[in-house]
Design a protein around this ligand. Structure first.
Ligand SMILES: Cc1cc2nc3c(=O)[nH]c(=O)nc-3n(C[C@H](O)[C@H](O)[C@H](O)COP(=O)(O)O)c2cc1C
Ligand code: SF4
Ligand code: SF4
Length: 241
């Protein structure tokens, strides 16, 4: 961000981000030399492709939130591999996108797929030009203190879909809030969510191998929007939220 700001203040006509990220991708456990091995020596390499997309989107978002850096067009780069990726970059303020790794893997033809996907999505959403949606997701990114702490979700297990693998129980027990009850039984154990304990972290849903077996249901803790500062000002008990 400071780099982007300095570039705009110095008179640049446009910004582009991101380039590769310095990395060590791994070490050969036989030779003990990090990758890539160039005659027994290595250097930091440039990480790119899908792995860097979340980092690129975050950096792009900070550029798009700043009134100085948004004075110029922004070209988004970093892990763009499909039309969906391109749309996500544009929704966070990119006026153009660039593709490197995906073209290296699949050739220039994938750009045609991207254009087709983008066109179809625009038709579906009723967008006539790209300017109708560039930057549209930026206002939805806020500071954690401004999130509504009355918003609360609870995991629900669909017993008809459950295959009784127990993965959700292990995940919640060992890495979250011990909110999934295990009832030993024959032929299968049964897993149910302790609603009063569940903090809505989503971990069990991510772990569950069966699609839509675990869903997150909204259970608001209050009707009003309540942010962290207001919550502290009112001195409400923490365990209420
Ligand atoms: C093999 C390779 C060579 C690259 N060479 C350059 C370069 O010479 N100058 C530059 O600014 N960026 C260079 N990049 C970075 C890309 O332009 C791009 O910013 C980066 O790879 C992230 O996009 P991607 O995830 O689509 O690959 C190179 C990337 C790769 C993979
Ligand atoms: S959402 Fe989190 S806390 Fe709730 S049951 Fe799933 S893993 Fe446990
Ligand atoms: S992870 Fe999914 S399928 Fe496995 S026990 Fe939990 S709810 Fe059932």
């Amino acid at each position: 961000m400071p780099t982007g700001k300095a570039a705009v203040e110095a008179g640049t006509n446009a910004l582009s981000l991101i380039n590769t990220i310095q990395s060590v991708t791994g070490i050969d456990l036989d030779t003990l030399v990090p990758n890539p091995n160039v005659a027994g020596k290595s250097v930091f390499g440039g990480y790119c492709g899908p792995a860097v997309k979340p980092i690129a989107l975050k950096m792009l978002a900070t550029i798009s939130q700043d009134p100085v850096t948004t004075r110029v067009p922004i070209s988004g780069i970093g892990g763009v591999s499909t039309w969906k990726d391109a749309v996500e970059f544009m929704l966070l303020g990119s006026t153009t996108v660039q593709v490197c790794t995906a073209v290296m893997k699949h050739g220039f033809r994938i750009v045609e797929d991207m254009c087709e996907g983008l066109n179809n999505w625009m038709d579906e959403k009723g967008f006539k030009t790209i300017n109708d949606f560039i930057g549209k997701s930026v206002p939805a990114l806020t500071h954690w203190e401004d999130l509504d702490i009355n918003y609360h979700i609870i995991a629900k297990i669909n017993q008809d879909k459950c295959i009784h693998c127990g993965l959700c129980h292990i995940a919640c027990e060992d890495a979250s809030h011990q909110s999934i009850n295990l009832d030993y039984g024959k032929p299968y154990n049964t897993y149910t969510v302790k609603e009063e304990e569940c903090v809505g972290c989503n971990l069990c849903k991510l772990i569950c191998p069966v699609e839509d077996c675990i869903t997150m249901e909204e259970h608001r803790k209050g009707d009003e929007y309540l942010n962290w500062k207001e919550f502290q000002r009112q001195g409400l008990p923490l365990n209420d939220h």
